[in-house]
Design a protein around this ligand. Sequence first.
Ligand code: AMP
Length: 282
Amino acid sequence: MKVIKTINEMKELASQVRGAGKIIAFVPTMGYFHEGHLSLMREGKKRGDLLVVSLFVNPTQFAPHEDFKSYPRDFERDRKMTEEVGVDIIFAPETREMYPSDHQTIVRVEKVTQNLCGRLRPTHFQGVTTIVMMLFEIVTPHVAIFGEKDYQQLVTVQQMARDLHMNVKVVGMPTVREADGLAMSSRNTYLLPEERKAALSLYRSLQKAKELLQKGEQKADRILHEVKGILQSEPLVRIDYAQVCDAYTLQDVDRIDGDVVIALAAYLGKTRLIDNLVFRPL
Ligand code: AMP
């Protein structure tokens, strides 16, 4: 496995590999890996001849009051984990090379970024799409793999790729969970033991939603009533949002008659966690 730190070196290697007719698979990450990241890498391994994983904590997707500085980082640990999965290249650029001081271009996807996380984090997704666009330009992947855990991010990147007629297939992979159901996240390391316990209510509430949907419940407000009830029964959980949305437009729906996502965000102390359930009736 090779670690590449400069944009030029990454571009040169990608162009050689493409020139040789090989498929480049790409997994963008902010590091501090867990099984969720590794599942994307394993999928990338299957889909490409060369698997590139980027490791870059992207400052522009954090608001000033958010956890950019304290975001967990451990390059050696990450390097070992990627080696075990068979990653070919780690691309770990420097912030000053990705964002030189005169950087002034942003990529913004409109409608799908405005609901859910975009409502309380209004500049988050433009930070994501700008960095993903840059990474796609540098790595030139044929296929890029993202997690459904960050469902709005996945839909946003797919929308960007379609809108800009990009030559990349954006693939989503299911959320990987701890044995007890908590969605894996690098931010879980922030949780105190009692917060970790209370955080399970996110999964429990989604399981309840799934049960209702499978029984044929079609009213979003009935589902949200149950979901919020479970979350509110945990004093350590502060709901940020709980919504039922169309799985593609991410607009709220009242009645469920197509694919939907039940999307949650909640604070456990200072830690904000998200989780979701994608329900496809057919
Ligand atoms: P991050 O390092 O948090 O930016 O995540 C990098 C990629 O891993 C994103 O596409 C995430 O959606 C994905 N990811 C994060 N957590 C999980 C999980 N528990 N299951 C599956 N994918 C995940």
